[in-house]
Design a protein around this ligand. Structure first.
Ligand code: HXC
Length: 272
């Protein structure tokens, strides 16, 4: 393990971007009830957007929507849907249009994860993660694309860095996230002529998330032997800042990119 001479600061996007860059914009975010996608939604709302957060757990969604509205002074509403079910997603989109009249930005973030070796993974277990992550991303894009075309908006898909090399016990998630990257790239090429952009954010090990809990075997914010060039785990504000940038006009010529936000860790090499 290399010595850490430097620890990257944790920066709030409000210190860098103007408060009103997303004024009048509407965000539709799957997985927005908790963790990384909730943090991205908060940052985008702090810059002026209203939002709809989509997920399976009605109670958690309602509480998060209330919290996000109170924290940002903008409007966030919950829409209960399972990204595996196209009909429930269509209903969530309809609710968004009835409330806000349009969709500018979409975050495809709903995901599922658990650790399991291929030899112990059932067919249904593998299929479940593919259905949530990959099919769910496709379903979300399919349900929103007519509206995003109208607004010449943008997509961010939340992926991972696991599939850049072999990550044990993560074959299902690695396959699912490779598919997410591929869908975003295809979307970028197909929809660019309509004025729509699509990019991927690939988080590293992110403190305080369900993914970190699963990957570290319930040890919350620790991982044995972990280190990276910038000296710490990914924090949710790092990912939120990347989302603000990619939706902002400053990124208007950036599409079809996969942006690892991992302190130069997993995407550069296996061991540092
Ligand atoms: C082996 C497992 C398992 C485990 C579930 N299964 N957990 N197999 N090890 N730990 C199997 C079940 O036995 C079943 O197969 C199949 O998977 C479906 O399980 P269900 O519980 O019926 O599915 P469901 O209720 O839809 O739940 C989906 C889930 C769950 C993915 C299993 O964990 C979930 O809803 N997670 C959402 C929250 C989450 O995981 N967030 C973290 C995302 S982090 P059988 O054969 O028995 O029927 C992330 C980042 C990755 O994605 C990058 C990190 C760096």
């Amino acid at each position: 393990m290399a010595p850490s001479y430097f620890l990257a600061p944790i920066v709030d996007s409000s210190s860098t971007f103007k408060d009103d860059i997303f004024k009048g914009k509407v965000l539709f975010c799957t997985g927005g009830g908790s963790g990384i996608c909730k943090g991205m939604t908060e940052a985008i709302m702090r810059h002026g957007a209203d939002a709809v957060i989509v997920g399976r757990k009605a109670d958690r969604l309602a509480a998060s929507a209330k919290e996000l509205s109170e924290k940002t002074g903008k409007t966030c509403i919950p829409a209960q849907a399972d990204v595996r079910d196209p009909k429930s997603l269509k209903d969530a989109v309809q609710k968004t249009i009835e409330r806000f009249g349009k969709i500018d930005f979409v975050i495809c973030g709903a995901a599922g994860n658990f650790m399991a070796p291929i030899s112990g993974l059932s067919e249904n277990a593998f299929r479940t993660v593919i259905e949530i992550d990959t099919l769910g991303t496709y379903n979300t894009i399919k349900a929103t694309i007519p509206h995003v075309r109208k607004s010449k908006g943008a997509y961010i898909c939340v992926s991972a860095t696991l599939h850049y090399r072999g990550t044990p016990y993560q074959a299902h998630v690695s396959a699912a996230k490779a598919g997410v990257d591929a869908i975003s790239n295809a979307l970028a090429t197909e929809e660019g002529p309509w004025g729509v952009r699509s990019n991927v954010i690939a988080p590293g090990f992110t403190s305080g998330t369900e993914g970190m809990r699963v990957m570290s075997g319930n040890k919350s914010n620790t991982a044995d032997g972990f280190s990276n060039p910038l000296g710490r785990f990914t924090e949710i504000p790092d990912l939120a800042n990347a989302a603000v940038f990619l939706f902002s006009p400053a990124a208007c010529y950036i599409t079809g990119q996969v942006l690892p936000v991992d302190g130069g860790g997993e995407h550069l090499r296996g061991d540092f």
